[in-house]
Design a protein around this ligand. Structure first.
Ligand SMILES: [Zn+2]
Length: 202
């Protein structure tokens, strides 16, 4: 099986330090901050944001989902409560939303809120770096089923079947690039280089 040169070493040890360093690096690089439930103002805004977009029930959101608004990222769990690889995947996804805000500002927030097709496409962009992390961490190609599963999550984001199928196609074409050893050049690529840099020095 073809394994890209940029994959994690075979014997990598998944320490929580790895995930902490990556979050810190990406937050500093893209001017993002992590908030928790103690930030009541943010939580109210986040609940309003998701309600307005018809995305999820408030309670479900508070308990289960990471949410990014502007440069603030809310994580519903503490370090160690999910696997290191899941946390790394989440980091590249949420930071990509910060990049979208840094690039398009309020236009991004407005379209994300009110236009389900635009929301689906923004989510597709945020899912693409997860494909790089999948290959990097697992040292194997992204299966089509993984793309379908990621796209299927958009059921929870008030997106329809046609929008979900469009995102699945976008992800499969990005996966074809990654599976052949290509990197996509966004946050996932930055993360892969950063993580490999750390691992080479250990
Ligand atoms: Zn997202």
């Amino acid at each position: 099986m073809f394994i890209p040169a940029w994959c994690a070493p075979e014997n990598v040890v998944w320490t929580s330090e790895l995930e902490t360093q990556l979050w810190n690096y990406l937050c500093a690089k893209y001017d993002a901050v992590i908030v928790d439930k103690a930030d009541g103002h943010f939580m109210e805004m986040a609940a309003w944001f998701l309600d307005t977009a018809g995305i999820l029930k408030k309670r479900e959101f508070l308990e289960r989902y990471a949410t990014t608004i502007g440069r603030k990222i809310y994580l519903p769990f503490k370090q160690g409560e999910i696997s290191v690889c899941s946390s790394i995947s989440l980091a590249v996804h949420e930071i990509t939303h910060v990049v979208q805000f840094n690039t398009y500002d309020v236009e991004f927030l407005y379209k994300y809120l009110f236009d389900p097709m635009a929301r689906a496409l923004y989510e597709a962009e945020a899912m693409k770096p997860e494909l790089e992390i999948f290959v990097w961490a697992n040292r194997c190609p992204v299966p089509n089923a993984f793309c379908d599963r990621l796209a299927g999550n958009l059921h929870n984001y008030n997106c329809n079947q046609a929008q979900i199928e469009t995102v699945a196609i976008i992800l499969k074409s990005a996966a074809a690039v990654v599976n052949q050893g290509g990197l996509l050049g966004g946050v996932g690529t930055k993360a892969v280089h950063f993580l490999n840099g750390i691992l080479q020095h250990n």
